[in-house]
Design a binder for this molecule. Structure first.
Ligand code: NAP
Length: 248
């Protein structure tokens, strides 16, 4: 358990890895702000699962593709809880297009949600974390940032951008007791993976040394560890959770 109740915000907490992260953080004693964009019932289900286990959670809606989305979200969470100690930037989208076929709109929309919104969420949370001289920021990147992914150059670029952003921020805020780390999932069984899996399951499993896909909780538990007091001397790190698909 955490030494005191922390307030955690997980973007994209309605489904998949975000849902699992909310549950893992609540199990550690955090009060969780479960963010969602469109799936209100899924966010309510995440909050209900936490309540059923004796924890605290509230759902918050925001479209982080909109210019004011991040600032509005952080303001709403601060208005409710007065502080944010843990920020997990997990919400993202993946669309499919070769570089040649990609439109400006596709490129910009992906960069806006997957990278710019992360910058805006971090910027808006920093005053609260600095006031309390404690903070945990965990940015969810992807194996694609390190290996590339055909037909996902926009997605891979946004996720690689998170590395430069996170390492820079870690240097800026370390003196205030704030850590900034990245978690890089490989192939994890969520909607994002399942939408692209038809006909490729066997090939993908063969490429994975552990010979299976990851479960969302296997990423959520790592994020929860990085958010805990036990991870007090880890900052500017990337933790790979991919069944051995990337060995560097
Ligand atoms: N699954 C994988 O294999 C895998 C691999 C590598 C990296 N990742 C990364 O892990 C993270 C979670 O992925 P996942 O597979 O759990 O994703 P997912 O199941 O597709 O869920 C995406 C989440 O992002 C939210 N979201 C989407 N568009 C948004 C917008 N415009 N504004 C605000 N929120 C928005 C969704 O909210 P609603 O449900 O309300 O629409 C949902 O909660 C992402 O950063 C992803 O890039 C995943």
């Amino acid at each position: 358990m955490m030494s005191e109740a922390r307030i955690a915000l997980v973007t994209g907490g309605s489904r998949g890895i975000g849902h699992a992260t909310c549950v893992a953080l609540a199990a550690q004693g955090a009060t969780v702000a479960v963010h969602y964009r469109s799936q209100a019932s899924a966010a309510s289900a995440t909050a209900a699962a936490i309540h059923a286990a004796g924890g605290q959670a509230v759902a918050f809606q925001a479209d982080l593709s909109e210019r004011s989305g991040a600032d509005d979200l952080i303001a709403a969470v601060l208005a409710r809880f007065r502080r944010i100690d843990i920020l997990v930037n997990n919400a993202a989208e993946m669309t499919d297009a070769s570089v040649e076929a990609m439109t400006d709109e596709q490129w910009e929309q992906t960069l806006t949600l997957n990278l710019s919104a992360v910058f805006r969420c971090c910027r808006a949370c920093l005053p609260s974390m600095k006031t309390h001289q404690w903070g945990r920021i965990i940015n969810v990147t992807s194996q694609a940032a390190f290996t590339g992914s055909a037909n996902h150059a926009h997605y891979a670029a946004s996720k690689a951008g998170l590395a430069g952003f996170s390492y820079s921020l870690a240097k800026e805020v370390g003196a205030f007791g704030i850590t900034v780390n990245l978690v890089a999932p490989g192939r994890i069984l969520t909607d994002m993976l399942q939408e692209r899996m038809t006909g490729r399951e066997e090939e993908w499993i063969k490429q994975t040394p552990l010979r299976r896909f990851g479960q969302p909780h296997e990423v959520g538990d790592v994020i929860a560890f990085l958010a805990s007091d036990k991870a007090s001397y880890i900052t500017g790190a990337t933790i790979h959770v991919n069944g051995g698909m990337l060995m560097t």
